[in-house]
Design a binder for this molecule. Structure first.
Ligand SMILES: Cc1cc2nc3c(=O)[nH]c(=O)nc-3n(C[C@H](O)[C@H](O)[C@H](O)COP(=O)(O)OP(=O)(O)OC[C@H]3O[C@@H](n4cnc5c(N)ncnc54)[C@H](O)[C@@H]3O)c2cc1C
Length: 407
């Protein structure tokens, strides 16, 4: 048994099991998606091995807080979000000490008539699918989050069922549950190649790793921002591009009510500036338009000018707050900023669950169920036909997704 502190959470890890010679399913990647999938597969009785080259959660899933929501504009994303919320509530209940789930709501702010109309349409669709969400006035938005300047808003949407959880706790919970149901979850094992045969109709037959070879019938690509290279190993084109995203904490301005842990996750649709309440203070971030794609994950303050320019308009009291606990991770972007989920048409036995473009934590629990069914040859309950991995191929007739609520 080893003890580690991960994003402030102390975790007990059983030592890694030995690499087996064969398994029914190999999951590549020990992040939220790979572990949620392994848990579902193991609970269904499948013989599953997770291979993580570093530590569990050390990819993008290790961030301090993860927003969970069903506030999307695409029905496929709404359905994954709703099921994710349900599954996170269950995981919180069944995990000793919970996963830090707090339903503080998401507050999306519109500053133009166009954004307000988009919010009205997507909120209506969310409600028709069973979500709890409403369009609210600028004054109500400022009551929910007093950091906002209501005079610059046209409207907002508020979805009280949404919130946040602690990814490190969720990752540890799935790993423990998967292991308890017989999965072998290995750290420090890198997949170097995916073996397929025969040449004219390839099907996965195994993986070559830094610790030896594993024969298998199915491979799940859950390698986050590194999925393009894993796809190439198998002969599948997975257009996933890494882009650094940075966040940091700040102490709330004096006298702020509600308490920071209860503030809704607040986003300015015009700039993607966001402020997120958490028990550790305000969590601040923005999609920095100057950030170039690449694998760098060092934290610096290059994002702060873009954040402060947006904050000066929407929430002026946030300008100049001292930042602490800064963290950089990778978004795993696809060309339309939506996930790649499905069986590969190019390679038999290869199932893809990647490219979540910044919403993989909230989608992981639902995607775990879907991938379980795809691997086991069942029809998934949720319709993921809008996310085919091959949709960007020049020969593909599948439409690209148009999602308005990308953060
Ligand atoms: C700053 C920031 C904030 C975010 N906020 C949110 C949020 O609020 N809500 C939300 O839903 N999402 C959020 N995201 C996105 C979310 O973190 C990711 O979408 C999610 O963690 C992806 O999970 P994953 O399991 O697919 O990938 P990862 O967690 O990256 O896991 C992939 C794993 O694969 C391993 N791997 C790669 N190649 C190999 C190999 N060859 N062999 C073995 N292992 C390999 C890696 O080491 C890694 O651990 C945020 C991301 C960032 C960076």
């Amino acid at each position: 048994m080893t003890r580690r502190v991960h994003s402030g959470v102390v975790e007990e890890h059983p030592g890694s099991a030995a690499l087996p010679a064969s398994a029914q399913v190999v999951v590549i990647g020990g992040g939220a998606v790979g572990l949620a999938t392994a848990d579902e597969l193991a609970r269904s009785g499948a013989d599953v091995v997770v291979l993580e080259r570093d530590l569990l959660g050390s990819g993008s899933s290790a961030k301090p807080f993860g927003g969970v929501r069903a506030t999307f504009s695409d029905p496929g994303n709404i359905a994954l979000g709703l099921r994710g919320l349900e599954k996170y509530a269950q995981l919180h209940e069944r995990t000793p000490g919970g996963i830090g789930l707090q339903r503080v709501g998401y507050l999306f702010c519109a500053r133009t008539e166009g954004e307000a109309l988009a919010l009205e349409v997507s909120t209506g669709l969310q409600r028709s699918m069973g979500a709890v969400a409403d369009v609210v006035s600028p004054a109500r938005a400022a009551e929910l989050n007093p950091l906002l300047d209501p005079s610059v808003l046209v409207s907002a949407s508020f979805s009280p069922q949404d919130g946040y959880a602690q990814p490190a706790r969720a990752v540890a919970a799935w790993a423990a549950s998967a292991r308890a149901h017989g999965a072998r979850v290995l750290e420090g094992v890198e997949v170097l190649d995916v073996v397929t045969a025969p040449l004219d109709d390839p099907h996965v037959t195994g993986v070559v790793t830094s610790a030896g070879t594993v024969r298998c019938e199915h491979v799940v690509v859950a390698a986050g921002a590194w999925s393009a290279s894993v796809g190439r190993m198998a002969g599948a084109d997975l257009p996933v591009e890494p882009v650094r995203r940075q966040i940091a904490f700040a102490a709330a301005p004096a006298g702020l009510r509600p308490a920071t842990g209860q503030l809704p996750f607040t986003l300015d649709l015009s700039t993607t500036f966001y402020v997120h309440g958490s028990p550790d203070g305000l969590l601040l971030g923005i999609s920095d338009p100057a950030q170039v794609p690449g694998f760098r994950r060092d934290y610096d303050d290059s994002w702060v000018p873009a954040f402060e320019a947006a904050a000066a308009v929407v929430a002026p009291s946030l300008v100049g707050l001292p930042l602490h606990g800064g963290w950089a991770g990778l978004y795993e972007n696809t060309p339309d900023h939506n996930a790649l989920i499905g069986r590969s048409r190019e390679v038999g036995g290869l199932v893809v669950a990647t490219g979540f473009s910044g919403h993989g934590f909230l989608q992981a629990p639902a995607v775990g169920e879907v991938v379980r069914d795809l691997v086991l040859g069942r029809e998934p309950e949720l319709d993921v036909s809008g996310f085919p991995p091959e949709r960007f191929a020049p020969t593909s007739a599948a439409p690209l997704l148009r999602e308005v609520h990308i953060i």
